[in-house]
Write a protein that binds this ligand. Structure first.
Ligand SMILES: Cc1cc2nc3c(=O)[nH]c(=O)nc-3n(C[C@H](O)[C@H](O)[C@H](O)COP(=O)(O)O)c2cc1C
Length: 648
């Protein structure tokens, strides 16, 4: 068979181990960790999904090698606790049985230990250790590690690696990037020690070299060791890419794969984990530069999920391995689809940060577009239906499409009715905004998959009670969505007013001074895009806060962009439109004018409750999903739709 992506699909040998292709699953924290510091029951499935999906290596994360001086989260993996090893054997098995190499990341958070602890008192009572005595910008004091403590930590990396090998992992990753302990020693900004562990580059490299030697001594020759570094710290005073290359050169003799990431978690979270506003593969240049200076194979990571681009990276020699984190949460089958020449079937990551926000919010994992993530224990496989039923889905938005697809994949005979002339629902509206293109693409991909699975798609067909009665399906899934709330404001008549949902159709009619009414997610994103187009944008929100429903990871970057591209007015209630702008009332009851000559209305969505209710008695099995239950987000719509179709 001729592969579409021959370089990406080619095997690579690291140490004594052959990896089946060039797509590695980058480290992502476990779904659950038990209170005894072993791997929790939900976690093996979390990693297994990506092994089954064809990744060549799947890296579990994050083992705390020296908990005496480190505690990264409220719970962490600790192999030194008696009785924990077996849980790792089960985890490694779950990865290996699908032909992937199981790897695990070994880390020490150093002076940022306890960063994630929600329990503020516990966090304050922890002692943070780093290269030097100092006080962190958030007021937390840090103690300098003594040479004895360094020696203990170095030893603990080796001991942990040896236990990992015994548990069945086929590779280990040493974490020396993203601002954690080993990075803190490499960094001229943080490491101002005056002993043999600080000062010159040779001295700053010392602890990492000792760690790698300790790990090698424990795992023996031929066992692959991957080293994760930040190619550049990307903040003022941190090391730059030139020094990043020298760091890689100074360590390459001790590793089998040099994994080049970017930035630090604490100062550059959005560099390390690029947001939807950043270009695909925005950090590849760092790996490409390192590759010019080392002989050892190099891996790249960061916002990569386009197989064409990934193929080009390998083919052109910018890197030897492409690592993906979020892209493989969104579609664990990505590597299998690439190997099978079916890139059109890939469900792409939206870079919405749902995955990263769930951990601090609900202590679980989730993915907006993959309903299995964090819930793998409930079953990785979609079970075929015992009896083939006739299923009708009302509504061709994201919920309806997901429900129809899932039902069809289970073997049911599915009809999807959409009252407009196109599928996609709200996703269609995202095509106007380049940084939201992945959301529009999701609709396109789901449509492609529906056609491949033989779903009978009926456009311009409203699933009325009469139609459903006529069709007499065994099961009906109602996904009739929501409609925009359009406030009745004085002076709207005859003015240049565009409801945000129509922005993709009528956005080009807007003038150079635009007032956006409504500072929810849709209003903020539209304001950003208008600002990027060079327009003067005024964003008006009634509450004191913008984007209240936005997840906690996405929100800081969304707000930064909103303030960069729009003048924001909160606490203002829009009342009427005039030739000069939007007349508002402030909290004191006074009127204020926000200037502008055209207007976007983005004040929210209302469920299409009546349409949904009309269908509730139309079939033996009826399930209502998505926005018509309550306007929410893609995550909710996909999760409800998937499970509704599984229940038939
Ligand atoms: C849910 C999640 C958990 C992560 N956990 C870790 C971790 O434990 N250790 C680590 O080094 N990186 C972690 N990362 C960072 C990723 O390995 C990766 O470097 C980053 O997400 C950029 O790649 P991407 O754009 O493909 O997601 C995590 C990322 C995500 C999305």
């Amino acid at each position: 068979m001729k592969r579409m992506y021959p370089h990406l699909c080619s095997p690579i040998r690291l140490g004594n181990v052959t990896f089946r292709n060039r797509i590695f699953s980058a480290p992502m924290g476990a779904t659950d960790i038990a209170t005894d510091c072993s791997v929790g029951p939900r976690t093996p499935g979390f990693y297994e999904l990506r092994a089954k999906g064809g990744a060549a290596a799947v890296t579990a994360s994050e083992l705390a090698v020296h908990p005496k001086t480190d505690a990264s989260h409220s719970l962490h993996l600790d192999l030194s606790v008696p009785g924990c090893l077996g849980s790792h054997t089960f985890l490694a098995d779950a990865i290996k049985r699908h032909g992937a190499v199981a790897s695990i990341e070994l880390n020490h958070c150093g002076q940022y230990a306890g960063t994630y602890l929600v329990d503020k008192e516990k966090k304050a009572s922890l002692c943070q250790y780093g290269p030097i005595d100092w006080v962190r910008p958030d007021g937390i004091p840090v103690k300098a590690l003594t040479e004895e403590q360094i020696a203990e930590i170095v030893k603990s990396f080796g001991e942990a690696a040896g236990l990992c090998k015994r548990a069945g992992y086929g590779m280990v990753m040493v974490h020396a990037g993203h601002g954690w302990l080993l990075n803190q020693f490499l960094s001229p900004y943080y490491n101002r020690r005056t002993d043999r562990y600080g000062g010159s580059l040779e001295n700053r490299l010392r602890i990492v070299r000792e760690v790698l030697e300790s790990v090698r001594a424990a795992v023996g020759p031929g066992f692959p060791i991957e080293l994760r570094i930040s190619g550049s710290e990307l903040f003022e005073g941190g090391y730059d890419i030139q020094e990043g290359c020298r760091i890689a050169q100074g360590l390459e003799d001790l590793v089998d794969l040099m994994h080049v990431s970017a930035g630090t978690y604490q100062i550059g979270f959005f560099v390390t984990t690029p947001p939807m506003f950043a270009e695909h593969g925005c950090n590849v240049h760092l790996a490409a530069e390192v590759k010019k200076h080392v002989k050892v194979p190099v891996a790249t990571v960061g916002a990569l999920n386009d197989p064409d681009k990934m193929e080009e990276i390998i083919a052109s020699g910018k890197a030897d391995v492409v690592e993906m984190a979020r892209g493989l949460l969104a579609d664990p089958e990505f590597p299998n689809k690439v190997m099978a020449n079916h890139p059109e079937e890939i469900v792409h990551c939206l870079r919405c940060y749902t995955c990263m926000a769930e951990r601090p919010t609900t202590e679980t994992r989730r993915c907006a577009v993959n309903p299995l993530v964090g819930r793998e224990m409930e079953g990785l496989d979609l079970v075929p239906a015992l009896v083939r039923k006739r299923v009708l889905v009302a509504g061709g938005g994201v919920g309806g499409m997901e429900a129809a697809l899932t039902a069809a994949r289970r073997g049911h005979q599915v009809t999807l009715c959409e009252k407009t002339g196109e599928l996609g629902g709200i996703l269609r509206e995202e095509q106007a905004i380049p940084f939201k293109r992945a959301m529009y693409q999701l609709g396109v991909t789901l449509e492609t998959l529906l056609k491949k699975h033989g779903v009978d798609i009926r456009l311009n067909t409203e699933a009325t009670p009469e139609l459903v009665e006529r069709e007499a399906p065994d099961a009906l899934i109602v996904a009739v969505g929501s409609s925009p709330i359009v406030p009745k404001l004085a002076g709207m008549e005859g003015r240049n007013v565009v409801v945000v949902n129509d922005y993709y159709l009528r956005g080009n009619q807007l003038t150079d001074d635009v007032v956006v009414l409504g500072g929810g997610l849709a209003g903020c994103e539209c304001a950003i895009h208008l600002g990027q187009l060079g327009k003067r944008v005024y964003l008006v929100e009634m509450r004191d806060e913008l984007a209240v429903d936005c997840n906690i990871r996405q929100k800081p970057i969304l707000l930064e962009y909103t303030h960069r591209f729009a003048t924001v007015h909160t606490g203002l209630q829009g009342e009427s439109l005039t030739d000069e702008g939007l007349v508002c009332r402030n909290v004191k009851g006074e009127t204020e004018l926000v200037p502008g000559t055209s207007f976007i209305l983005a004040v929210g969505q209302r469920s299409n409750t009546a349409a949904a209710d009309a269908l509730r008695d139309s079939a033996p099995f009826v399930r209502v999903v998505g926005d018509c239950v309550q306007p929410a987000n893609i995550t909710q719509a996909i999760y409800q739709a998937y499970h509704a179709a599984k229940d038939i």
